[in-house]
Design a protein around this ligand. Structure first.
Ligand code: SF4
Ligand code: SF4
Length: 278
């Protein structure tokens, strides 16, 4: 992780910042001499939406996916849990999804694989933080695709790679991970870390939590939303982000049922009375 932090610093300091209309040359196809060469020994951070796309493509549960295909790096500087794709334990540390003919999960490949050779940096997570995020080109000598004549703009590449849906689903996640409460200090108790992990990454377990606990007795959730989140992972994830904003930052993104709110009020008032010795 130290290497990743160093690389991040280098990007912020030295890499040319690209705008949506900036141009670069690139093409990746079985004819390039390095074909498949980059799908190994690589750090790929998975977003919550990456996981629901991949587990659906593989027809397994989020729990099975996390167990089989991911690792959770430990770093004392991490403010929230992150999940990375686990490389195979072979000599080349290949990605579990790479095959001779290319990526086996191409239609559902993670955001980072879609973006390549572009990266996105968010200076706001850094100390000098008032700047906006920017794109940059990963100019890796081993990537011969960068010598191909095909020209792209940043916007054109992202459209071609279907990044928009990933960005849309990533917006609320980013809101949470860049939240000032997370940036300023470590606010997560072990219970909150577990809640964050389940809600963001273990969608099927989160669904069990919502439908198998007293959740609906405590929160007002309309029937239409309840029906959608029961069967639709994307809707469940969006709902989960609202829930996390409530649970982590005390935002009014969930509505507590009137009778529960009333009972809480009474409990607080009783406690206050006891405290005052009334
Ligand atoms: S998911 Fe696909 S594109 Fe991404 S590293 Fe693995 S094989 Fe390569
Ligand atoms: S290194 Fe570049 S050109 Fe080669 S396979 Fe990877 S992305 Fe394609």
């Amino acid at each position: 992780m130290d290497e990743i932090a160093k690389f991040k610093e280098e990007i912020l300091k030295d890499y040319p910042r690209l705008a949506k209309e900036s141009e670069f040359s690139f093409a990746c196809h079985p004819g390039v001499p390095c074909f498949n060469g980059c799908c190994r020994d690589i750090n790929i951070f998975l977003t919550p939406y990456d996981i629901i796309r991949l587990k659906k493509a593989l027809a397994i549960t989020s729990g099975e996916f996390l167990k089989k295909y991911t690792i959770m790096p430990f770093d004392k500087n991490l403010k929230y849990p992150v999940v990375m794709l686990k490389m195979e334990e072979n000599e080349n540390k290949t990605c579990p999804f790479v095959a001779k003919e290319g990526c086996k999960v191409y239609a559902d490949r993670p955001w980072a694989c879609r973006m390549y050779p572009l990266g996105l940096a968010s200076p706001r997570q850094e100390k000098n933080a008032a700047e906006e995020e920017f794109y940059f080109l990963l100019q890796e000598a081993a990537c011969k695709g960068l010598n191909e004549p095909k020209k792209w703009t940043v916007a054109g590449w992202m459209e071609n790679q279907g990044v928009a849906e990933y960005d849309e689903m990533g917006r609320d996640f980013k809101y949470i991970t860049l939240h000032k409460f997370i940036g300023i200090e470590q606010i997560f108790t072990p219970q909150k870390i577990e809640m964050f992990f389940m809600t963001c990454y273990d969608t099927d377990k989160f669904r069990e939590f919502v439908f198998g606990s007293s959740f609906f007795n405590r929160f007002d959730v309309d029937e239409e939303t309840a029906a959608k989140i029961k069967s639709d992972d994307k809707e469940l994830l969006k709902f989960g982000f609202q829930w996390l904003r409530f649970a982590l930052f005390n935002e009014k993104t969930m509505k507590i049922k009137a009778e529960i709110a009333e009972a809480k009020k009474e409990e607080l008032s009783d406690r206050q009375k006891r405290h005052n010795g009334d």
